[in-house]
Design a protein around this ligand. Structure first.
Ligand SMILES: [Zn+2]
Ligand SMILES: [Zn+2]
Length: 250
């Protein structure tokens, strides 16, 4: 493998005791990317050239606002606006509306005109998303590498709390693509049993949380149910719904 291996990051994620090591890692990478963009790199014009072109998705735009650094955000979004105005102007200049005639060929529902298509396309590439995904993909490669080369690696995986269903989708995909027949016969049953077991655990927690609201149970122990809502949400779709807003410490 010529790419860098992310064994330390993967190890840290697997021993984080998070409901999903990849959620844990994604949050770390996301925060690092936002810190990087709004740190001092926005002062460099070649950095701004990159963020001008890539832009930011709605979720990370909100995260950047929440992070703080008003001047940094002003620089980044000023230059992004300048770029978008130029490009939008070109699109509007080249736009030809479809004929409105009754018998003219009309676009079907959901079919985009060229200008809308361009706008939607601009919303698909986000600088933060891209940075996170690049490292995340390498971590998935490292996961495969470790299965192939590190005997104790699967024990470490089995000691974790399993994965959220969202990231489990990525993991199954990469294992199915990259592992050999023998490895698949070993790995898939282990991963599937673990997912079953860990999802049952979370199910029991959220079931008990609801039971606890019954007055007959008011004096009973909460067990592990107090944060069951956010952990169930995470197990289903990924992310950390109960996280406080990530803000600059400066
Ligand atoms: Zn996850
Ligand atoms: Zn994004």
């Amino acid at each position: 493998m010529k790419e860098k291996l992310y064994t330390i990051e993967l190890h840290d994620a697997l021993t984080s005791e998070d409901e999903c090591p990849f959620c844990w890692l994604e949050r770390k990478l996301e925060q690092e990317a936002i810190e990087f963009v709004l740190g001092s790199s926005y002062m460099e014009s070649d950095m701004r050239d990159k963020t001008d072109r890539a832009g930011f998705c709605r979720c990370h735009t909100k995260a950047m606002f929440d992070y703080g650094n008003n001047l940094g955000n002003a620089w980044i979004f000023k230059t992004r606006l300048t770029w978008m105005r130029q490009q939008l102007k070109k699109q509007m200049d080249g736009f030809s509306p479809q004929p409105a005639a009754l018998f003219g060929k009309r676009k079907k529902d959901g079919e985009e005109c060229s200008l809308t298509g361009w706008i939607r396309q601009e919303e698909t590439h986000c600088y933060v998303c891209r940075r996170v995904k690049e490292t995340y993909d390498r971590v998935l490669d490292t996961f495969i590498y470790q299965i192939k080369h590190e005997k104790e690696f699967l024990d470490l995986v089995m000691k974790s709390k399993g994965f959220c269903i969202h990231h489990f989708g990525d993991l199954v995909q990469v294992c199915d693509r990259e592992l050999g027949k023998k490895e698949k016969e070993q790995v898939f049953p282990l991963l599937f049993q673990q997912m079953d077991r860990e999802l049952v655990r979370v199910q029991e927690d959220i079931d008990w949380l609801i039971e606890k609201y019954d007055y007959q149970n008011q004096d009973k122990d909460w067990k592990n149910s107090q944060d069951a809502v956010q952990r169930t949400m995470q197990k289903i779709i990924g992310g950390h719904p109960a996280d406080p807003v990530f803000r600059s410490q400066k």
